[in-house]
Design a protein around this ligand. Sequence first.
Ligand SMILES: Cc1cc2nc3c(=O)[nH]c(=O)nc-3n(C[C@H](O)[C@H](O)[C@H](O)COP(=O)(O)O)c2cc1C
Length: 500
Amino acid sequence: MKGFSMRRFSVLPLALMLILAAWICPVIARGAAEKANEGNSKESANESVGGDAEGTGKMTVPDNFVLIKGGSFLMGSPESEAWRGADEKQHRVTVNDFYLARYELTQTEYQEITGQNPSSFSGQNLPVENVSWLAAITYCNARSEKEGLEPVYAIDGQTVTWNRAANGYRLPTEAEWEYACRAGTATPFYVVNSISVEDANYYGHYPYGIEDNYFSQEKLEIKPGQYRETTLPVGSFKPNKFGLFDAHGNVSEWVWDYYGEYDLEANIDPVGPTSGSLRAYRGGGWNDFAKNLRSAYRGSAPPNQGLFNVGIRLARNVAPAGGVVGAPPAIGRGQMDNKAGKVLVAFFSWSGNTRGLASAIQRQTGAELFEIKTIKAYSGDYNLVLEEARQEQKSSALPKLVDSSLNLDLYDTILLGYPNWWASIPRPIASFLKSGDFSGKKIIPFCSHGGGRLGQSVSDIAKLAPKAILGESLSVYYSGDSSLTKAIEGWLAKNGLKKK
Ligand SMILES: Cc1cc2nc3c(=O)[nH]c(=O)nc-3n(C[C@H](O)[C@H](O)[C@H](O)COP(=O)(O)O)c2cc1C
């Protein structure tokens, strides 16, 4: 029995609109998009440009790279931007010229170099995804070597340093990425104020601002559209003004920087914090609400984890820059491989589905079970709880939890369960994560959802508990189906947890 499944999270009256949207808004063919971009082709091409590391005065760049002319811009979002995060503090940044790939890296390109394809969707022209930050860095070096370029990164386990003078392939910095995505705009998206499913591949049922207009949608600039539930061939939509395709949507893209607070004083070609446990990714993916596609939105994940909506966009230097950047991650290798130790299953559930998952997990692990409860109960009415949850999320509320005798110090691993609420965690999970010290503990998320899988919940957990070690997460559609026991078994095994 699915406790909640009779009340799907989708909005039924929208069905007609969605069908219409699907009918009148076919994805623009890649060919057409390339044509639209012809004006920029002079800037890319196999042109020779000065400033290569060897000093030959020539650097051949693949013809699907764009020369991004440097400049100064406001990185982050203004306080007036709806659904901005506190981590998007606006500050002026200048970036120098660099090259950036027009397209997200395809599965063909990834496979040609590595012989592997980790992607969860399969198709030669689809972007590679499910590739960790470390795998992305490794790919960059391998491709540089194959093409006779100087590899940019020195990789020693989890420790990666970046030689900024090297001329090989690399990831863009967070600042380069945002500068290139904005392409001169200061609005939430490069398509200005809102983004439709004709502009980008995302969870189209939830356009920008739907959260504030869920029950009366006439104010929405963009109405709900198709949710394609898959990646699309790269370049399926019109490019931005710099000639870049899919900077919003399809897959998010790893950037070099550790995830952390912006250094508001680092204004010229910033490279992010000097240490951390998470790496940033940008742009939003096929599975994200529009709010998480915004030019300023920042995702974060552990460097050793692949995600089905995060891929790669390559960058190259125009001129060598000075210095070597990088430091060991704040969490050492030993900790990353830590043993499960004593395990707790902690969960929050509104309508019972997550509670059911937690019990099933408890039965397989024999771990202790702990329910996260708020002092003030949520409404039992679906429409009202949607509104309560929206308001809490918007204000980053930390609802008070019922006092418990739980002693977190006793546990090494916390299997943390919750329903997906508005593409993130219910705020009681934030209260729980703020209630104790999770440093060095392993948090393994599991989530019950109505179609949005994990949303950005794992990134949000990572931000709330940056010193915890994040395990591989599990998402289950409502209360799951007959394959649930096997799915839990596989997930536990992936996380190195034994059945009792
Ligand atoms: C306030 C609220 C917000 C929700 N937001 C989402 C969402 O963004 N994406 C999604 O897939 N499902 C969403 N759902 C559906 C729930 O994730 C889903 O019904 C889940 O199974 C509920 O788990 P529970 O029974 O443990 O509360 C939402 C449900 C509620 C009540």
